[in-house]
Design a protein around this ligand. Structure first.
Ligand SMILES: [Zn+2]
Length: 377
């Protein structure tokens, strides 16, 4: 049975952007309680681990001193006149009291996952508070204050890893992580998401972005149309990403498991069910590499708790109850309505006249541009 760790503390709810913000970290508490109610921490192979906060020195691996200074001062209630330059003071990233301590704790939880897997003999570790994939070197973005995904990748590289894969199944493009490793062939960065034509971050996440310099061919994106469901996701992920992952043969996989590609998410326009979403994660776990799972988006709180509970079950080889899966799912007609409303009416059909066409185009671009760099036909 695989040995898995769930890194968690109730203090995770201290990352509180505002009462009305879509990101509500009560979902992390709900996930823990749900797993606990299923006895998920009773098995000898499953460990509940309390995270230790990262240090400022840890964060300097991925953030500028100026950014960290602004983060700390805003957290303490001081005024920072140029806060917009650092991504704060927007609706997405309102500064909040204790933001500094909460950010250190989140980053620490993700670093703990890296340590548990690299030195602690664990096959997998999951930090639900991590996966903050929009944060940049010098600014906060998209609800994210710390770049914990790059932090984990650098930790692994700094401690001897040669090849790390980052796989991002959040509904949004993992633009922050992509930016860190765009010219770095040591980190293969893969993101499958709703097309930026209809969703944040709007300007990146296209299939044509394949890395640059030494990193050319070590970055790939699969943008999918609004309404994309289980079959589209499985086909695109399986035919374009899994072959690259196998050829790259990473020593570690960082799996960003944003739960917002689920059909019930209020911020996105996708059609994945719990089974389809879990199937993507399981196909990565099945590669048999150590997995560091990091949370990410997810704005329907009940759905997030169910999906992440299912994921943790998969990571530690436990069969949690089937009632965690969706009880009803959208029809093909429902999904096509979403495609028409959120795509065709606004963008036309140049990149695809149907959900299937759109996915086919993305897969073809990745196959043509990225496959040859990995010896794939
Ligand atoms: Zn997201």
């Amino acid at each position: 049975m695989p040995r898995a760790a769930f890194v968690y503390t109730d203090d995770y709810t201290d990352y509180h952007l505002s009462d009305t913000h879509p990101l509500q970290q009560k979902r992390l508490l709900m996930t823990h309680r749900l797993l606990d109610s299923y006895g998920a921490f009773q098995s000898p192979a499953s460990h509940l681990v309390t995270p230790a906060s990262a240090t400022e020195t840890d964060l300097l691996r991925v953030h500028s001193p100026e950014y960290l200074n602004a983060l700390r001062r805003l957290s303490a209630g001081e005024s920072v006149p140029d806060k917009k330059q650092f991504g704060f003071g927007t609706l997405d990233n309102p500064p909040f009291p204790g933001m500094w301590e909460a950010s250190l704790l989140y980053a620490g939880g993700s670093l703990d996952c890296a340590r548990l897997v690299m030195q602690g003999g664990f096959d997998a570790a999951f930090n639900t508070s991590g996966g903050l994939h929009h944060a940049r070197h010098d600014r906060a973005a998209g609800f994210c204050t710390v770049a914990d995904c790059p932090l984990v990748a650098y930790y692994l590289l700094d401690h001897g890893a040669k090849r790390v894969a980052y796989v991002d199944i959040d509904a949004h493009h993992g633009d922050g992580t992509q930016a860190f490793f765009y010219d770095d062939p040591r980190v293969l960065t893969l993101s499958i998401h709703e097309t930026p034509e209809s969703l944040y971050p709007r300007v990146s996440g296209f299939a044509e972005e394949i890395g640059e310099g030494a990193g050319l061919g070590f970055n790939a994106n699969l943008p999918l149309a609004p309404g994309s469901g289980d079959a589209i996701y499985a086909e695109a992920f399986g035919s374009a990403f899994l072959p690259i992952l196998e050829a790259f043969d990473p020593e570690y996989i960082i799996l960003q498991v944003g739960a917002d590609a689920h059909f019930a998410d209020p911020l996105t326009h996708l059609g994945l069910t719990s089974r389809g979403w879990l199937g993507l994660a399981q196909s990565v776990i099945a590669l048999g590499k150590p997995v560091i799972a990091l949370g990410g988006g997810g704005y329907n709180l009940d759905t997030v708790a169910r999906l992440w509970a299912l994921l943790y079950g998969a990571l530690c080889g436990q069969e949690l109850a089937a009632d965690l899966h969706d009880q009803s799912v959208p029809s093909a007609a429902d999904r096509n309505d979403i495609f028409q409303q959120f795509y065709v009416k606004r963008r036309g059909t140049a990149r695809g006249a149907s959900i299937e066409d759109y996915a086919r185009r993305s897969v073809e671009i990745v196959k043509q541009a990225v496959f040859p760099r990995h010896g794939l036909a």
